[in-house]
Structure formats: structure tokens, C-alpha cells
Design a protein around this ligand. Structure first.
Ligand code: SF4
Length: 724
């Protein structure tokens, strides 16, 4: 009798930005188990419910049935897809893209990619669009996640670099969580906060959130601010910090600029006025400022509540202002620490995989930076015009301006706001390629060409977590049937496109000479030389031994846990800049016809559109079905009881779902989780068009600087459904 040995492969969890290390157990071609990696500094062996069931979702029959195993093409829209070989699929893709570029120019095509791709995948997509085709139309679902944090950091600190590390949780005297249900969205980091509170009972936890979430519920001080009022909260706190002598004049004088201008703005945000705007008790605001300012080390943790906003950049910058004014940055336990939502939103930012960024944190608007990237890639130039960001890209496709879309590892037919427009865009585009591991996402139905991708347990490359730590993602099993790694599909397509559009090759045989992900990563590494995220001292061999934080320049033996410890910032004069921003209300305030503020967010046990977590029955045990959560008094007023079906209607569409009383939701507010897609939550527009998921209701309004949409707020009305 032969026994098959259990193999152990170290890798990284594919869900959130905490970036936990995992050990995958496999036998033959089957993943059989997963456990936390005790040596990984993000989690020291712990996993949350999502991470600890990764192996079950990988092996679930539903998941296996849903896997895309071979390329498929549709002869026409609506027809059943037919299996084709990779050569046929990539030849057709190259023919169609080349034809559209030749007829309409490079900006007639767009690539919409994902913070769940690996850094190597991201790198080749970015080079394909900006280097080979000559369009900056490459954007990512990280636009829905982190672009306000990017813009906020750049505006104030000079670079998109979170200054902190997870160890800071243990060094903090005050932790200020704002716009983040850390307990659900970053569970292992939250466990660490709980441990730190047990170890140090004097550690104060302040949470600001419109919902009394599981995170808010355990806070020492909870600020139930009205949706979108964060800037007023931060300015009110700064007003108090100045008044009470908690600012650090020496730090401000030595390391910053712009404080005087901000001071005159903040003068108007008296505690009374700020509390009025935010809808909170003035005493609570005073307490928050007092704790923030009197602590030796205050750490702010924040996420989508600040980012997914029409004033997302201002919110981020106003929070950074608090840290600069008090000198609470560049030392253990202190700093503005933005948490990344997805497992590799950071890696995408590093390679410049967004429509307004270039490789290694270079700026598209800077001619020298464009020239540097062109030199690195050996092309004549990189276009100067910023590309279309997520919302703009689908709007342009709906207008017929973008004619070919390539979508990888993301599901815009569920996750983008204003779903009716997004689906019109997918219908109107002449050619849609969807590169996916699972055939069940709503976007697959719009694909002319479906390319089977590898997924967790099969992929090979790197990701970067919230604390700038780069970890290896390793394959435990081979790709099934004809599934290919995302970078491989892109390289295969790019080489075909090069023979059809040789104009930008600049005499080179190919811009894509890679045979392994390591070769791609090495090229990316070289692009970081001399930049704030310099990783020229890092290598795959080093990462084999342990994950590493950037920067880690040539000659260094370890990365930097904390940035700005010397008080110098990556700005032209070396000083951080206070952002003189003003509070602006949400884009779509509630009013008589739409009297509820709808917010959206995550559940504990599901991930994004559920293409993986939705395959496992046990992950529905916590929350079995969609509901609109409402304040109990509002339900009484509307004559509703738990389970009654209601129409939740915004200016764009209506959804039908049960109402449920929740102590977490304030009066005149409502909450629907983001995960429920076509199978669970449907409705229609006023013209009878079918729509699905909460983003049928959300607004396409976005922050003018970061272009991140306001997924956290829409005005809605809620009416009991009178069913026949
Ligand atoms: Fe995965 Fe995030 Fe859970 Fe860690 S906290 S196991 S990275 S989902």
C-alpha cells in the first residue's frame, strides 16, 4: 500500500490587507488543509474565519464546478460560450484589440484589474497598457478601496507610504479607529488590539463610526458621527488640541509647512459647531481630543469609512493633520496608519497600476518621471494624459468611447456603484475579455472571451500588506486543466499584440521577455532604485526566508518598521504639509423624498462578491441572508417588523429585501452588506431594468482628487412592500 505524503507550503492569505501567513497542506493535486504560519509577523499563527476556511472553499464542490478550466469564447452576445484553445483565444484578443487601437486610437481600450492580483500580475498589466499600447487606461478595484488614502498621504507626507507597522499597536497609549470595522474587516489585527488592551488596561480605544459596529461596541469612547462628517470631527479635534495646548510647536516649526493657513480654517470648527455638524455630544468630542493630545503615542487606524467618500482625500489629509500638529508620527505607537482593504492593494500602488500613477510611486504629471519609466521599459514615451479611473472607464464605455475592456480578477457588474450604467457599459463595449478563476461572477455573463485564471493555492508571486510587508505567495498545487497564471496570460497576449502593433517597441524584440514571476519582480525591483519604496536590497531568495518591509535599499539587511523617524519627509523641502481642507457634506444628502442615509460594509465571514466564501455553507451561519438593517424606532414608525419585505429605493434603482432591526444603526440610517450579488439580492430601475446587489443603489459621485466613489453613502427611501 502506498501513502501520499502531506506537503506543507508557506503562502499568504488571499483575503484582506492584514496579509496573514498561512501554511497550506496538500496531498497530490489536492489542498487538504490550512493553518496560520507561526513565523509570519502579521499573524504569528492566527487566522480568522475566512482565512481558516480557505482550504474548504478551494475544495468545495460548488467551487470546483464553478472553476473556469479552459478558454471560452462567445460567437455573439447572449450565446453559450464555446471552448477554444489558448492560442485561438489570445490570437482573437490580440486581433480585436489591435483593430480597435488602429481604428480609434489607444485610449479606446481599457484594463480594469484588481487588488487581489499579485504584484507581478499588476506589473505586466501596467506595462502592457502604458508601455506597449500607449494608454493610461489601466485602473483597478483598489480605486474603490485605497485611492483616497494614496492621495491623502501624498498631499500631506509627500509619498504614498503608510508610516506604521503592526507592532505599533502594542506601543500605543491611544488607538483611534475611524471609518473601520476592524473587528470584521481586519480581524487578526483586531485580535492584536484586544491583546494589547489586556496587556495594558490604560490603553484607550476611541472609535468613530456612524454604525455602532462590533469594533465600536468595545470602545472606551464611541463617537457616532453622521455619515461623511469626518473632516468636521478632525477639525473640531484640532481646534481643541490647539486650545488645550496639546499641539507640538517645535515639531510643527521644524518639520512641517502650512500650519498657519490651517489654523485660520480650523478656528471656525469650535467644539460646539463641530459637534453639531457631526451629530455627536460636544463632551465626547472634547474627551476624544483630550485623549488624543495628552497621550505619548496615538495611533490612528482607518479604512473605507474615510476612503469611500466624495471627500475621501480631504478626510485622510485632515486626520494626518492631527498627527503632524501633535508630533504623533515617526515614533513607536504613533502615526496615521491606513489599513488596506485587499490583499495586494499596496502592491498595485507600488507598481503604479492605477490610471494616474506610474511605477514605483512616480507621478504621471511629472515629465521627468514619465521619461524615467519610458527609459526603464525601453519605449519612446509614456503618455502624459491621465487614464480613465474606474468610474470614468465604465462611463466612457457606456458612452461608446471605450470599445474594448479587459477585466481581470474583479467583478465590476457587482462591485461598482451605479450598476445600471456599468452593465450598459459592458453591453455596449465591442469586445470584453474577462480573466477569472470562477465562471459564477456576474461580469462573466458579459464576456466575449473568458480566460481561465489560477487562484489561491496555485498562484506564485508576491503581495504587500498594510504595513508595507512583502510576502511570498506560493503554489501548493498545479493549476487545473488549462488555467493559467494572470501574468502568463497577459504576456501571451502582449507578445501577440507586439507583432500587430510594433510601433512602440522601439527596436526591441519584446517588452515582455519573462519566463517566471521572479523575472518580472526583479524588473519591478529595479524600477524602485532611489525611490521612497526602494527594494533593491530585497530578492526572492531573501523573501524565501522571511517576508520583508519596504524600503530595503541595496546594502540594507532589513526593511524599515517605521517611516519618518528623523522628521524628514519625501517632499521637495523635506517637510510634511498640513492640508488646509474644508468639510463638505456627502454628495447626496438625505432629504424629504429620500430620508434615509444608506451605508454599506462588510460581514464577518464573507469576502467581496462571495465567489469563494459563498461556496461554503458554514460561512452563512453568521448572517444567512441579505437584509436592510434599520433602527428599531424607524421600523415602528414605518409599521415594520423583522423580516417584512421592503423596497429600498435610491435615485437609481430599488431593491427588494427583508428589514431587520439593529441596535448598530442610528435613526434615519440604514445598512446593507456589500457582498450579496445576483443570487441573493435583486431589484429594478425605474425603466424596469433588472439590477442586483447594493451597488444598484449607490451613487457614482466620487472624490475629485482620488476619484474614489462614495460607496459609503446614498440617500434612500424605505417602504413596506405591498406584495400581491
Ligand atoms: Fe486572511 Fe485577513 Fe483573516 Fe488574516 S485577517 S486570515 S489576511 S482574512
Amino acid at each position: 500500500m502506498t501513502t501520499t505524503l502531506v506537503r506543507q507550503t508557506k503562502s499568504t492569505c488571499s483575503y484582506c490587507g492584514v496579509g496573514c501567513g498561512v501554511i497550506i497542506e496538500s496531498k497530490g493535486d489536492q489542498i487538504t488543509g490550512v493553518r496560520g504560519d507561526p513565523d509570519h509577523p502579521a499573524n504569528f499563527g492566527r487566522l480568522c474565519t475566512k482565512g481558516s476556511t480557505l482550504h474548504l472553499t478551494a475544495a468545495a464542490p460548488v467551487s470546483l464546478q464553478a472553476r473556469l478550466l479552459q478558454p471560452q469564447r462567445r460567437a455573439e452576445r447572449g450565446a453559450a460560450p464555446q471552448t477554444v484553445g489558448w492560442d485561438t483565444a489570445l490570437d482573437e484578443a490580440a486581433d480585436r484589440f489591435a483593430d480597435i487601437v488602429q481604428r480609434h486610437g489607444p485610449d479606446a481600450v481599457g484594463f480594469y484589474i484588481s487588488g487581489q492580483l499579485l504584484t507581478e500580475d499588476y506589473y505586466v498589466f501596467n506595462k502592457l497598457a502604458k508601455g506597449l499600447i500607449g494608454t493610461n487606461n489601466v485602473d483597478t478595484n483598489s480605486r474603490l478601496c485605497m485611492s483616497s488614502a494614496v492621495a491623502g498621504y501624498k498631499q500631506t507626507l509627500g509619498a504614498d507610504a503608510p508610516p506604521n507597522c503592526y507592532d505599533d499597536v502594542e506601543h500605543a497609549e491611544v488607538i483611534f479607529i475611524v471609518g473601520s470595522n476592524t473587528a470584521y474587516a481586519h480581524p487578526i489585527l483586531f485580535r492584536r488590539i484586544e491583546d494589547a488592551r489586556r496587556a495594558n488596561p490604560k490603553l484607550k480605544l476611541i472609535v468613530a463610526d456612524p454604525r455602532r459596529t462590533e469594533t465600536a461596541d468595545v470602545a472606551d469612547l464611541y463617537l457616532p458621527l453622521l455619515p461623511g462628517t469626518d473632516v468636521a470631527l478632525f477639525h473640531g479635534m484640532l481646534h481643541l488640541l490647539m486650545w488645550d495646548g496639546h499641539i507640538d510647536p517645535a515639531y510643527i516649526a521644524a518639520h512641517t509647512t502650512g500650519f498657519d493657513a490651517l489654523k485660520s480654517t480650523v478656528r471656525d470648527y469650535t467644539p460646539k459647531e463641530a459637534a453639531r455638524i457631526c451629530g455627536i455630544d460636544e463632551a465626547a468630542l472634547v474627551q476624544a481630543a483630550q485623549w488624543f493630545g495628552s497621550s505619548k503615542s496615538t495611533l490612528s487606524l482607518y479604512c473605507q469609512g474615510l476612503n469611500q467618500s466624495s471627500s475621501g482625500t480631504a478626510k485622510n489629509a485632515a486626520l494626518v493633520n492631527l498627527h503632524l500638529a501633535t508630533g504623533q508620527i515617526g515614533k513607536p505607537g504613533a502615526g496615521p496608519f491606513s489599513l488596506t482593504g485587499q490583499p495586494n492593494a499596496m502592491g498595485g500602488r507600488e507598481v503604479g497600476g492605477l490610471a494616474n500613477l506610474l511605477s514605483a510611486h512616480r507621478d504621471m504629471a511629472n515629465p521627468e518621471h514619465r521619461a524615467e519609466v519610458a527609459r526603464l521599459w525601453g519605449v519612446a514615451d509614456v503618455p502624459a494624459t491621465p487614464g480613465k479611473t474606474a468610474i470614468e472607464m465604465f462611463d466612457a464605455a457606456a458612452r461608446g468611447e471605450i470599445k474594448a475592456l479587459w477585466i481581470s480578477c474583479t467583478n465590476p457588474a457587482q462591485s461598482l456603484p451605479d450598476q445600471p450604467t456599468v452593465r450598459r457599459a459592458l453591453q455596449r463595449a465591442e469586445f470584453v475579455v474577462v480573466q477569472e478563476a470562477f465562471s459564477t461572477t456576474a461580469t462573466c455573463a458579459y464576456a466575449d472571451l473568458l480566460l481561465p485564471a489560477t487562484t489561491w493555492g496555485e498562484k506564485d508571486g508576491t503581495v504587500t500588506n498594510s504595513e508595507r510587508r512583502i510576502s511570498r505567495v506560493r503554489p501548493a498545487v498545479p493549476p487545473p486543466v488549462q488555467a493559467r497564471h494572470d501574468w502568463q496570460a497577459v504576456v501571451g497576449f502582449a507578445r501577440r499584440l507586439e507583432s500587430r502593433l510594433p510601433g512602440r517597441l522601439n527596436g526591441q524584440a519584446t517588452l515582455f521577455p519573462y519566463a517566471t514571476p521572479e523575472e518580472i519582480w526583479n524588473e519591478h525591483r529595479e524600477s524602485t532604485r532611489g525611490r521612497d519604496l526602494d527594494i533593491t536590497g530585497m530578492s526572492y531568495a531573501m523573501l524565501e526566508r522571511a517576508p520583508q518591509q519596504w524600503p530595503l535599499p541595496q546594502g540594507a539587511t532589513a526593511g524599515k518598521a517605521r517611516l519618518y523617524e528623523d522628521g524628514r519627509f519625501p517632499t521637495p523641502d523635506g517637510r510634511a504639509r498640513f492640508a488646509n481642507v474644508a468639510y463638505t457634506p456627502v454628495a447626496e444628502p438625505r432629504e424629504a423624498r429620500y430620508p434615509f442615509s444608506l451605508t454599506t460594509g462588510r460581514l464577518r465571514d464573507h469576502w467581496h462578491g462571495m465567489s469563494r466564501t459563498g461556496t461554503l455553507g458554514r460561512l452563512f451561519g453568521h448572517v444567512p441572508e441579505p437584509a436592510v438593517e434599520m433602527n428599531a424606532q424607524d421600523m415602528v414608525r414605518l409599521g415594520l417588523k423583522d423580516g417584512d419585505l421592503v423596497y429600498v429605493t435610491s435615485r437609481r434603482a430599488a431593491l427588494l429585501l427583508p428589514a431587520q432591526a439593529s441596535q448598530q444603526v442610528a435613526s434615519a440610517q440604514a445598512f446593507i452588506a456589500m457582498h450579496w450579488g445576483e443570487e441573493y439580492l435583486s431589484g429594478c430601475t425605474s425603466t424596469g431594468e433588472r439590477v442586483y446587489g447594493v451597488n444598484a443603489l449607490t451613487t457614482p459621485a466620487f472624490c475629485p482628487t482620488s476619484k474614489q466613489p462614495e460607496l459609503k453613502h446614498a440617500a434612500v427611501k424605505i417602504l413596506k412592500a405591498e406584495l400581491p
